[in-house]
Design a binder for this molecule. Structure first.
Ligand code: PBG
Length: 328
């Protein structure tokens, strides 16, 4: 044998030299759930270690994360049922607690990269991402609502807008509105290939945002489809997106790879709530070594081609890096 691949695996020093992929803290975005009030840190049953934070406490949480080396955050609001209506009108009222909190965070930590969520579901009495008329989710009447929401969030100072709604044409609609109002530097990370997945369950519990009737299959993608993701890629690119996202991540590594191979834009992947819950549950039962499996999962998402990973594991990963359980 003149060729022995094991020679390049013989010690940690050699392995580290030939390692092809790594997960740095700067490629992670940490999702945080917000609730109105003061002094609130309420656990989410199906997501151990993840909380809904009131505005005062989320500031402390972000400060702690920044000290650990995490720089980017995605914020999702949980609004009380009584504030929701068909048109999601609370979403663009400048005095709503979500927008006020974004302002406070950006004032206190201008260096933090803050991404918002653009979709109607947390604000809609129907619990859908778009406007519901006679049981149908209507596309074109949703666009002006999303665009008002996007402008309000841009005005509050977000660095990146994250349209997660999957309506057709929303990226160009938002881009035009942003540019016309002087927000030329506000980026758009489009949820490009967002699938109608069963892995969003814990998130909907966290925000109490499940659809009141029906499902999301007329706007989110069919899990069976891959070529269609290329069609969405072409559209979002032409419409002016700055990042393209695949969601969920772990069951869709092939789609992440496909988008990476076919785009010059940065690709992000959303390692969603159900994926977090599964690993946490197995870890708590002692059926899997959580501290080893978690970084392996993140690595697999990066290896598939993701430049950016949105993950609930981010803070724990950063803590494991700090304690040198994980070497970067
Ligand atoms: C909705 C939205 C969802 C998630 C992010 N934005 C849920 C859905 O589409 O029903 C899911 C994130 C997760 O599961 O972690 N606009």
């Amino acid at each position: 044998m003149n060729i022995r691949p094991r020679r390049n695996r013989k010690s940690e020093a050699v392995r580290a030299m030939v390692r092809e992929t790594n997960v740095s803290l700067t490629c992670l975005m940490y999702p945080l759930f917000l609730i109105d009030g003061k002094g609130q840190k309420t656990p989410i049953q199906s997501m151990p270690g993840i909380y809904r934070w009131s505005p005062d406490l989320v500031l402390t949480e972000i400060e702690e994360c920044l000290q650990l080396g995490l720089t980017s955050f995605v914020l999702f609001p949980a609004f009380e049922e009584s504030l929701k209506d068909r048109e999601a009108s609370i979403s663009y009222r400048t005095d709503n607690f979500y927008l006020k909190t974004i302002r406070e965070i950006k004032a206190r930590f201008p260096e933090a990269c803050i991404m918002s969520d653009v979709a109607m579901d947390p604000y809609s009495s129907d619990g859908h991402d778009g406007l519901v008329e006679n049981g149908e989710i209507v596309n074109d009447k949703t666009l002006p609502i999303l665009s008002k929401m996007a402008l309000a969030q841009a005005d509050a100072g977000v660095d990146i807008l994250g349209p997660s709604d999957m309506m057709d044409g929303r990226v160009s609609f938002m881009r035009e509105a942003l540019d016309a109002n002087g927000f030329v530097n506000t980026s758009i990370m489009s949820y490009t290939a967002k699938y109608a997945s069963a892995f969003y369950g814990p998130f909907r519990e966290a925000l109490d945002s499940a659809p009141k009737s029906g499902d999301k299959k007329t706007y989110q993608m069919d899990p069976a489809n891959k070529i269609e993701a290329l069609r969405e890629l072409m559209l979002d690119t032409e419409e002016g997106a700055d990042f393209l996202m695949v969601k969920p991540a772990l069951c869709y590594l092939d789609v992440i790879h496909l988008l990476k191979e076919n785009s010059t834009l940065p690709i992000s992947a959303y390692n969603v709530s159900g994926e977090y819950a599964m690993l946490k549950a197995a870890g708590e039962k002692g059926w899997i070594n959580y501290e080893k499996a978690m970084p392996e999962m993140l690595l697999s998402i990066r290896r598939a081609g993701a430049d950016v990973i949105l993950t609930y594991f981010a803070k724990e990963y950063a803590q494991l890096v700090k304690s040198r359980t994980i070497e970067l």
